[in-house]
Design a protein around this ligand. Sequence first.
Ligand SMILES: Nc1ncnc2c1ncn2[C@@H]1O[C@H](COP(=O)(O)OP(=O)(O)OP(=O)(O)O)[C@@H](O)[C@H]1O
Ligand SMILES: [Mg+2]
Ligand SMILES: [Zn+2]
Length: 226
Amino acid sequence: MATCALGICDGSGFLYDEATNTARDCACRPQMIARNRARGLAAVIPERYRDVDFDRFPVTEIDPKVVAATRRYVSRIDANLDAGRGLWFMGPVGTGKTTLAMLVTKAALDAGRSAARYSLPGLLSQIRKTFDTGSHNDLLERLVAVDLLHIDDIGAEQTTPWVLEELYSIINARYEEQRAVVITTNIMDRDTLCQQITERTVSRLTEMCDELPLMGHDHRLDLRIA
Ligand SMILES: Nc1ncnc2c1ncn2[C@@H]1O[C@H](COP(=O)(O)OP(=O)(O)OP(=O)(O)O)[C@@H](O)[C@H]1O
Ligand SMILES: [Mg+2]
Ligand SMILES: [Zn+2]
């Protein structure tokens, strides 16, 4: 149960006036919002990407056109999420795809929206675990309900019919509910991607997302040399 940090309200962050049947903010509310936000960021954004910002390295080094498109998306995050519009970062290893996708996920959380973030291999192993506990439908429901679903590394997974079906059912459910996804892939060629994750899934993602291609070399190598 939540409690009021100042011992004033019932922990809801609101004070109710029964006489007038109105609610007003408790003095603890700003603190409470900040705490919830920090908790959300910590749960969703991995340590390496926690401080990503448009004004900071490495975003300042990434293709300005792609960064500008990301910034535009983020500046209208509420409208984009409401409309189920997403972004698809594609490009070779180490070109900043996950970094930019994290900016979007962070912006959603900052705007008070719900977001979940997985690598596709990680998501699939979560799904496998739910079969032991019988919570498969709960997880799928959550994956559809969240305002923004960020899936990294689509197409990197060893595919089996089971993997393809799970991915398809998640993407299709969000497609039907008009809910936004942000994804990253290493595969630039559409035919190759269709072979990897099925044409049905690629077709839906194409409609749901603006494609943002990133070029260049693996910048992890620069960091190692430096
Ligand atoms: N354009 C860039 N200039 C300099 N450093 C960069 C650039 N893009 C990414 N980096 C750095 O390279 C590393 C990899 O970035 P990131 O994880 O965003 O890459 P990615 O495209 O998602 O790679 P992968 O395909 O392997 O998942 C990070 O340490 C990041 O800071
Ligand atoms: Mg990545
Ligand atoms: Zn309070």
